[in-house]
Design a protein around this ligand. Structure first.
Ligand SMILES: *[C@@H]1O[C@H](CO)[C@@H](O)[C@H](O)[C@H]1NC(C)=O
Ligand SMILES: *[C@@H]1O[C@H](CO)[C@@H](O)[C@H](O)[C@H]1NC(C)=O
Ligand SMILES: *[C@@H]1O[C@H](CO)[C@@H](O)[C@H](O)[C@H]1NC(C)=O
Ligand SMILES: *[C@@H]1O[C@H](CO)[C@@H](O)[C@H](O)[C@H]1NC(C)=O
Ligand SMILES: *[C@@H]1O[C@H](CO)[C@@H](O)[C@H](O)[C@H]1NC(C)=O
Ligand SMILES: *[C@@H]1O[C@H](CO)[C@@H](O)[C@H](O)[C@H]1NC(C)=O
Length: 804
């Protein structure tokens, strides 16, 4: 007994020691031969006053970067990383102070991925993290022979110099620590610039290039090229650039970071909340940063900055906006027969072939038409700028520039555009370019129950157990910190998509007790997420034959689709024979219930109906053209249009044909993907090509959408009449329109005249375009959006015929 007690006590002490020496206070220094292991979470260097910590930080799956971060920030704020472009393995990796005095980062199974101080031969004895955040190798005489301050990544700390040899280089995306494309550095002219240095082109975006640096209070006279941020928040550079933080004075921790969106921000740490606040920004808008939206892409504020493609173009890479848009036509094969699409309030900065003063629209157009290098031109007042590349696109209401893009005359890309952009909501998943909130990975620093656990395990007398459990806690914590890691920037993603177990879903839906709908693919049940608050809709899929892995792969694609007019998919379950999807729950149910209910007109007034029309069109346009080209909906109808608490529409049930069809025909194109729906599609909404076994394209969705538009205006259902009369509603509206009857004869009587006549007529005319029998005469969904917005006229559309 006594022995056991003694042993227990011993273990307790050992355990407590372990905790204090490694995970709480961290390591003071590394001496020759010592190392920091990726697998020992307690292996963290901490500066003397505890302000900074250095250790391995997860940067991806089983990938780690050796980093320095602010210990007290709520979210792990990495200010330096040794190996940002060569992450180390999560197993057997270590930072090792070699006996020869060099610092080596060894990745398990790969060998050396980073090294510093090699061959200095200055008798290095230790590695230390200074209270300034500088990681240094010092030698026997106390001299610093290598320092992390001499090779910054994206952040400059107070006291750290920016020199002729160093620059700040942004990270690739929020939370993606790899080197991005933005630089803050001294150029050859001794001036500090913000520069976009992309794969193909590089350009300065700050200070603005339309006036000399002297006019901006800068100079290129002083060639010392040095800049420093002091500890009061004042930044001073040898080119006379200077600025102060809005909270100027000694006190808060600060950092000057070149964020992934290309903006340089000075941040201060709020000690009480652990959050960072931006205390200085250069005087430019996010859209003025170059390269954000790639070639042809246009940056707009709606109100958050985001990228769009002009009509006639689609996204080159759904994952990466910086790759811009790709034209749907071939200018070289147009043989000089070209036309121009016009955009108001829009400009593509730079890349001018020449600059013409005293120009007219006609002379500018002729100049561009006759120059095969010319891609388009901007015109402002009498100034004309023909361009050889369309980059750095920007659209703001205050911009007086008009922009003309050159297109082949034969494509049918509309000419009288009037500046319509597809103003869709978010783009795929994380591609929204958003002003950084300065939040990064949360840190898991505080651990109130660690000591308790040590005491408990210590009493069991097993030091090993302490180590194992500590390790486990850390792993758990790392997992957790990875979960909400993206909270700041990618909240949607973080809660975005996960795999549920069947038991979880059973509990969430109380054993599938509350059925809220039944559709072509199975029943839908109401449930609550684990937080007990967030309602979800859980759909039990029927007739899904895919294996778990295959199902998972398909569903992950659907999970990435993210648009304000599409119902969000939060997760799935694939277990044994069960296949389920978890969706966001929408307060007001489906459109058919509201539209065809007896009190419909009270709830759905004209404004709401019009908003439903536009929103649904934007969701469909996104599916067809912007996000993942091959997504056809195949079953557009009011039952699949759900309304949120403010009656904003969201399309449901998209991507289902991908899940229910094994290796459907057609490969990657947007064709032939609706085979299952052929059997399931809903009469009244199905395009004629369904009946005659023709190829199904996106134009089938356009048709169905047209029918929904007719229903929205007339309040009459397209279904529910006898066989053979599937297009009765279309016929009825066509006859009334031809007979030049007043709108009152067609618009839902229940509205009692409470509608906008111009809008109602517009919607009906667009609807009739959409339901043309010949699918080539129907407009593409993006065109429909433009039409409904009033940016285009249906007359142009119908005379052009096919516009895809
Ligand atoms: C320590 O480094 C300095 C240079 O930073 C060097 O001059 C000095 O000789 C070194 N000391 C020893 C003992 O090598
Ligand atoms: C800071 O810049 C302004 C002009 O932008 C200049 O007038 C002022 O002298 C500068 N201050 C210092 C300390 O260089
Ligand atoms: C150049 O800038 C440095 C750093 O700001 C300063 O110390 C130096 O006096 C300047 N030289 C001249 C000639 O102004
Ligand atoms: C820190 O944040 C709190 C809560 O938002 C705020 O009340 C306080 O003023 C902030 N402190 C500083 C120094 O900004
Ligand atoms: C465009 O057309 C030209 C000539 O017809 C051809 O050489 C070129 O490959 C085409 N480019 C693309 C991207 O199709
Ligand atoms: C501008 O154009 C007008 C008429 O075409 C001409 O009279 C004038 O001289 C031109 N001015 C310049 C600076 O070229």
């Amino acid at each position: 007994m006594g022995i056991f007690l003694a042993f227990g006590l011993h273990a307790l002490l050992a355990g407590a020691l372990l905790v204090t020496s490694s995970s709480l206070s961290g390591l003071q220094r590394l001496t020759l031969g010592e190392s920091i292991s990726v697998e020992r979470p307690g292996d963290v260097l901490v500066s003397a006053g505890g302000t900074f910590s250095a250790g391995f930080v997860p940067v991806g799956e089983n990938a780690y970067g050796f980093s320095i971060w602010y210990t007290h920030a709520l979210q792990k704020t990495v200010v330096w990383m040794a190996n940002r472009d060569k992450p180390a393995n999560g197993k057997h990796s270590k930072l090792w102070l070699h006996n020869d005095g060099s610092l080596v980062l060894l990745s398990g199974g790969e060998g050396k991925v980073w090294e510093a101080g090699a061959g200095l031969g200055w008798d290095v004895i230790s590695l230390e993290l200074l209270e300034t955040g500088n990681l240094v190798l010092t030698n026997r005489t106390g001299n610093v022979v290598w320092q992390s301050f001499a090779s910054p990544t994206d952040t400059l700390l107070p006291g750290q110099k920016l020199t002729r040899n160093t620059m700040l280089l942004s990270e690739r995306a929020a939370g993606d620590y790899r080197s991005g494309f933005y630089n803050f550095k001294f150029n050859d002219d001794n001036v500090l610039y913000l520069i976009y240095n992309g794969p193909e082109i590089s350009s300065v975006y700050w200070p603005p290039q339309d006036t000399t640096i002297y006019n901006q209070g800068r100079t290129n006279f002083n060639s010392s090229r040095v800049a420093i941020l002091d500890d009061k928040g004042f930044f001073l550079s040898s080119d006379h650039l200077n600025f102060s933080s809005s909270d100027y004075g000694p006190g808060p921790s600060r950092r000057l970071t070149l964020d992934h969106d290309g903006l340089l921000r000075l941040y201060s740490l709020n000690e009480s909340t652990g959050d960072w606040a931006a205390v200085w920004l250069p005087d430019i808008g996010v859209c003025e940063v170059h390269g954000l939206c790639g070639a042809y892409g246009i940056c707009t504020y709606l109100p958050e900055p985001m990228c769009t493609c002009p009509p006639g173009f689609h996204r080159a890479d759904p994952e990466d906006w910086s790759r811009g848009c790709r034209p749907e036509f071939n200018l070289t094969s147009a043989m000089g027969s070209v036309d121009f699409i016009k955009f108001r309030h829009t400009d593509y900065y730079g890349n001018d072939l020449e600059y013409r003063n005293n120009a007219t629209l006609n002379s500018c157009r002729t100049a561009c038409r006759d120059d095969p290098r010319c891609q388009g031109f901007g015109i402002r007042g009498k100034k004309c700028y023909p361009k050889y590349a369309l980059l750095n696109g920007q659209r703001t209401p205050s911009n007086s520039n008009r922009l003309y893009i050159k297109v082949p005359a034969s494509t049918g890309v509309r000419k009288k555009d009037g500046g319509a952009l597809i103003q869709s909501g978010l783009t795929c998943s994380n591609q929204l370019v958003r002003i950084s909130s300065g939040k990064r990975r949360p840190d898991g620093a505080k651990s109130p129950y660690l000591k308790y656990l040590v005491g408990f395990v210590g009493a069991l007398g097993a030091v090993e157990a302490v180590i194992i459990i500590l390790g486990w806690i850390f792993i758990r914590r790392i997992h957790r910190s990875l979960g909400p890691a993206e909270m700041g920037h990618r909240f949607q993603l973080a809660i975005g998509f996960r795999r549920f177990t069947y038991a979880e879903l059973k509990a969430m839906t109380m054993n599938f007790s509350e059925e809220i709908g039944r559709g072509g693919f199975g029943s839908v049940y109401r449930g609550l997420l684990e937080d007990g608050k967030t309602p979800v809709a859980v759909k039990r899929l029927e007739g899904v034959t895919q294996g778990e892995a295959e199902f998972w792969a398909e569903v992950a694609v659907i999970g990435r689709i993210n648009h304000m007019n599409l119902v969000r998919v939060w997760g799935f379950c694939a277990e044994g024979k069960h296949r389920l999807l978890v969706y966001e729950y929408l307060e007001n149910g489906s459109l058919d219930r509201l539209l065809f209910a007896s009190d419909a007109t009270k709830v759905l007034n004209w404004e709401k109906r019009y908003a439903v029309a536009v929103g649904t069109a934007m969701g469909l346009a996104y599916l067809h053209e912007e996000c993942l080209e091959w997504v056809l909906h195949c079953d557009v109808k009011p039952q699949n249009i759900l309304l949120d608490e403010q009656y904003r529409p969201k399309l449901a049930d998209f991507g289902m044909s991908k899940l229910t069809e094994r290796g459907a025909a057609g490969g990657s194109g947007p064709r032939g993907k609706c085979e299952v729906s052929r059997a399931r599609g809903t009469r009244g909404y199905m395009a004629p090509e369904w009946m005659v076994n023709q190829e199904i394209t996106a134009k089938a969705d356009v048709y169905s959408f047209g029918v929904v538009l007719l229903e929205l205006v007339t309040g009459k259902s397209a279904t529910g009449v006898s066989e053979g009369q599937w297009n009765h509603l279309i016929r009825w509206v066509e006859e009334k329109m031809e007979g030049l009857h007043g709108m009152d004869q067609m618009v839902d009587e229940g509205l009692n005249g409470g509608y906008d006549e111009v809008q109602a007529e517009l919607v009906l005319r667009v609807a009739l375009l959409c339901v043309r029998t010949n699918k080539d005469e129907r407009p593409a969904m993006s065109t429909v959006v433009g039409l409904l917005h009033g940016d285009l006229s249906p007359d142009d559309e119908s005379s052009h015929g096919s516009l895809a």
